[in-house]
Design a protein around this ligand. Structure first.
Ligand code: NAI
Length: 255
């Protein structure tokens, strides 16, 4: 059990990839602090973990990652109660398809506040604890969009590319404290975020088939498959990996 006696803090743990990550960590022995702006989703994740009956356990903390003060207070409090070994900055939102010049600045700012500053806030809060104990790992959830770009999603791709660069940068600062930082860059993954996007199309089934054809594996990812990569990078199995961007995309980017 890779996370026995370890505490994992997950942002956006109330849905999709964050929920799958929380469940996977708990299955491997962790105490998981599930945080989310959506209390119903976060509490449902905790219940799902409790229903599995261990070995790990979970608590819910309501948290908006755009609020730097609240993030610091919540992480400090969690560290005091449970300890802190792994910080997973996963909370993020998609953008609706739009040409850059037509995309409202307020929507751009919201995406930057959650996807970019939210990751900054989570790292800023966790780093003092990890440095002090001279161990631990950060995993930031970026996106394939941040690696290869995503036309009509410029704000989203911009923030996700920023998350990857930021992660490499802090890895360079944290290595001397035996703290690692890595990013996972998922391709399309079957979560409420992507289902919502597909359902907004005229023919959702056809849109899904078109999307899936572009993947070498002829399907999009499952949240559990992204969670597996996050847990790998968070665990001692990745003890010599830091500053890395792990693309998990079913072969989409391999042509
Ligand atoms: P999701 O929509 O299923 O879950 C995102 C969670 O983040 C939700 O529970 C939501 O309430 C929470 N959240 C949103 N704003 C928040 C805020 N201000 N503070 C705290 N929590 C907040 O999405 P999914 O697909 O699980 O995405 C998770 C991460 O993975 C995101 O960063 C996303 O950009 C990234 N990603 C997802 C891909 C996909 O195809 N699903 C592909 C590449 C990256």
């Amino acid at each position: 059990m890779r996370f026995e006696d370890r505490t994992v803090f997950v942002t956006g743990g109330g849905s999709g990839i964050g929920r799958a990550t929380a469940q996977r960590c708990a299955r491997e022995g962790a105490t998981v602090v599930v945080s989310d702006i959506d209390a119903d989703g976060g509490e449902a994740t905790v219940r799902a973990i409790e229903d599995e009956g261990g070995p790990g356990d979970a608590v819910f903390e309501a948290l908006d990652v755009t609020d730097a003060t609240a993030v610091a207070e919540t992480v400090d409090d969690a560290a005091a109660r449970h300890g802190l070994d792994v910080m997973v900055n996963n909370a993020g939102i998609a953008q609706r398809s739009s040409a850059i010049e037509e995309f409202p600045l307020a929507e751009r700012d919201r995406i930057f506040a959650i996807n970019a500053k939210g990751v900054w806030n989570g790292c800023r809060a966790a780093i003092p604890h990890l440095k002090e104990q001279e161990s631990g790992a950060i995993v930031n959830v970026a996106s394939l969009a941040g690696v290869i770009g995503q036309p009509w999603s410029a704000a989203y791709a911009f923030t996700k590319g920023g998350v990857a660069t930021f992660t490499r940068t802090i890895a360079g600062e944290l290595g001397r404290f035996d703290v690692r930082a890595n990013a996972v860059c998922p391709g399309f993954t079957d979560t409420p975020m992507v289902r919502g996007e597909l359902e907004s199309r005229d023919d959702p089934e056809a849109a899904r088939e078109t999307l899936e054809r572009q993947y070498a594996l002829k399907r999009i990812g499952e949240p559990e498959e992204i969670a597996a990569a996050i847990c790998f990078l968070a665990s001692d199995d990745a003890s010599f990996i830091t500053g890395h961007e792990l693309v998990v995309d079913g072969g989409y980017s391999s042509g």
